[in-house]
Design a protein. Structure first.
Length: 258
């Protein structure tokens, strides 16, 4: 019985923490009479969803599918690059330092270049989401393949397995926990990239809405945009966690303990 209560509390603990944070936030804003245009209270932010529910939903949908396009491209490129780097020492030595250097470049500095190349609109958002999110996927796939035990590989070779068989039939399945871990990181980064591009060079989406609201000192609406982005990222994170638990249960023995 105590175990059941513990699991129930663990499941709902994020909601409990969120409720406490919102309550303290509301009390502090009310107690110190903080102006709404500086730091709005949760109730003031919630009111914006009722007043601007339509525009927020429309902007959220635009940001969501732009992010998903960029994220989808990052999965394809990240897996292919990760497979190449993780399976070849020469490719690792040639490409990995360059990728690290590129990943260190602030993506905010890249957005103006993308605007010059592709103009204002969808292009910069999709490409920024891709550029900011493919690196974790590449690194994790490469790590999963590169850390395959030499002894295991030697045994498989003795049994007649070719290098390709070892990589595809053993290396890739072994990399799946790394892959799902990278997806949960990359999806949050992808939303960051899309919003960054929308705030810098967009004509629609949550980022554009937040930029407009901020310029008009409507902080409640800007915070409502932040909440919307957070909710979308959290939903996608939980989706990948759900898929991970049902496809790589063998890698999570601790979660199965009774």
């Amino acid at each position: 019985m105590s175990f059941t209560k513990s699991k129930t509390f663990e499941r709902f603990s994020p909601l409990l923490v969120l409720a406490v944070v919102l309550l303290v936030w509301e009390l502090v804003v009310r107690a110190f009479d903080v102006p709404e245009f500086i730091f709005p209270a949760p109730t003031q932010i919630a009111a914006q969803f009722g007043e601007f529910g339509g525009p927020l939903l429309e902007a959220a949908w635009k940001t969501f599918w732009v992010t998903m396009i960029g994220f989808g491209i990052s999965i394809v490129v990240g897996v292919l690059l990760g497979f190449l780097i993780g399976s070849s020492r020469m490719a690792y030595n040639a490409l990995y330092p360059l990728m690290v250097a590129f990943n260190a470049v602030p993506k905010a500095a890249v957005v103006p270049i993308l605007v010059v190349w592709f103009g204002i609109g969808l292009g910069p958002g999709i490409l920024t989401a891709f550029l900011i999110s493919f690196f974790p996927i590449t690194v994790n796939i490469a790590t999963g393949l590169a850390t395959l035990e030499p002894e295991l590989e030697d045994v498989l070779r003795v049994l007649g397995a070719r290098r390709w068989d070892v990589l595809v039939k053993v290396g890739l399945p072994r990399s799946m926990p790394y892959f799902y871990g990278s997806l949960k990181i990359a999806i949050t980064l992808a939303f960051v990239g899309t919003v960054l591009a929308e705030m810098t060079a967009g004509d629609s989406g949550i980022g554009y809405l937040m930029q407009t609201a901020g310029s008009q000192q409507r902080m409640s609406l800007a915070f409502a945009g932040l909440v919307t982005i957070g909710v979308m990222a959290m939903v996608m994170y939980e989706l990948f966690s759900w898929v991970e638990k049902r496809t790589t249960g063998w890698a999570h023995r601790g979660s199965q303990a009774a």
